[in-house]
Write a protein that binds this ligand. Structure first.
Ligand code: OVM
Length: 396
């Protein structure tokens, strides 16, 4: 028997919530395993156990309802739905397989070399600058260069790319005035993205060419290949920029952790992994119910949206010891920061590689890493990330 509905008037997309998400997550966790958010008429799960369960149970919790608040079972999306994120099996298996095959150990090993060259050059450029604005000068330049290099694109136009990322991830949230204003640029930005995903715009060596080769081999159509390249651009740049930025911030805020990393730069990968638990760009995902169902004592309707708070799962005291402590030596065995299950981030090994290479170079080449004034969070809906991060730096 379903119990009485547990409800909350919290708004996870609001500025006040986003300014302090972890305190709000704790409030939601205290209410119960699944809560009805009155403002949007959606469900939310916030504990590690339910986050993992909902993400894994693709039969009851569908992706075809869309990656965001917009319910594709009832409304139309602003862009063509993603053919990997926003589909269920069996359709999903075909597109997923094409992308999965790209991230072999050998392919990653090849990327590593280019990433290292770029990371080292970047650190050497900023090391003796004294004071920097770390987001624009240290963080953004790395994914904006290494990601298109790996895909086989010319370096990305920073402004267009970041506006596009704002649209994709902001588009997963509510239709606010801020969003409508941003979307005035949609025709221009969509055309830019479209052109970047054409086969003729890609070199022969990158991941993009490999996707088109899979189309030549009949695994997907050429139109689908273009949309899979678009998925890379959508999901691969802003996510890593914001996650690397938040990890730099966490290190600058925890000098003892920064010292530990400097003493042992081989902790770089673990530091980035911990930041993906502690304070990650990807805080939430959506699923949509395929049928009416009872879950954790609550009665869910058919085609109800479920907000899955992976950022809250990362702070759930039922799973993590001292979850609010940033500890780069933590052994992480229950990461859900990349999602999990059949839709778990397909390029997560590439993201981790970017983080590992970046933070190793930082630890090896930078001495001082100290905040000079307060950082600024981006409070508009979308990924979690910093607008600015003023830091004092010195060569090591
Ligand atoms: C896509 C896409 C866009 C944003 C995120 C994402 C987290 C995928 O277009 O496939 O995965």
């Amino acid at each position: 028997m379903a119990q009485q509905r547990i409800t909350s008037d919290l708004d996870p997309f609001s500025e006040s919530f986003r300014a302090d998400p972890y305190a709000h997550y704790a409030q939601l966790r205290a209410l119960g395993p699944i809560v009805w958010l009155e403002k949007y008429g959606i469900w939310v799960v916030q504990h590690h156990a339910q986050v993992k369960e909902v993400l894994t149970d693709f039969k009851r919790f569908s992706n075809a309802g869309g990656g965001g608040l917009t319910n594709y079972f009832k409304e139309k999306s602003w862009r063509k739905p993603s053919i990997i994120l926003e589909v269920d099996p069996p359709e999903h298996e075909r597109t997923r397989r094409v992308l999965m095959r790209l991230f072999t150990p050998g392919a990653l090993q090849k990327m590593r070399v280019g990433f290292q060259v770029e990371a080292n050059a970047l650190m050497d450029r900023i090391a003796d600058r004294g004071e920097i604005e770390a987001i624009s000068e240290l963080v953004q330049p790395f994914p904006l260069k290494v990601f298109p290099d790996a895909v086989g694109m010319p370096p990305l136009d920073r402004d267009k790319m970041l506006v596009y990322g704002g649209m994709v991830f902001g588009g997963f949230g509510p239709r606010t005035a801020w969003y409508e204003k941003l979307m005035e640029q949609a025709p221009e930005i969509s055309a830019w993205v479209d052109a970047r995903c054409e086969r003729s715009a890609l070199n022969d060596e990158g991941l993009g060419a490999a996707i088109y080769a899979a189309a030549d081999a009949g695994q997907v159509t050429h139109d689908e290949a273009k949309l899979l390249v678009r998925s890379f651009l959508s999901a691969g740049v802003d996510t890593t920029i914001d996650s690397i930025g938040l990890c730099v911030n966490a290190l600058a805020q925890h000098p003892e952790q920064w010292r530990a990393l400097q003493e042992d730069p081989s902790l770089a990968r673990a530091a980035f992994e911990e930041a993906t638990r502690y304070d990650s760009s990807s805080q939430s995902l959506f699923r949509t119910t395929t049928e009416a169902l009872e879950y954790e004592g609550q009665q869910l309707g058919k085609h109800d949206k479920v907000l899955v708070l992976i950022g809250s799962a990362g702070r759930d005291p039922a799973v993590w010891e001292e979850p609010d402590r940033f500890d780069i030596r933590r052994r992480i065995t229950a990461q859900v920061g990349y999602g999990t299950g059949i839709h778990g981030c397909v390029a997560q090994m590439m993201a981790r590689l970017e983080g590992e290479v970046f933070f190793r170079a930082l630890a090896e080449r930078i001495g001082r890493l100290e905040p000079t004034s307060a950082s600024q969070l981006r409070l508009t809906p979308g990924l979690r990330g910093l607008l600015t991060l003023p830091l004092a730096v010195s060569p090591r």
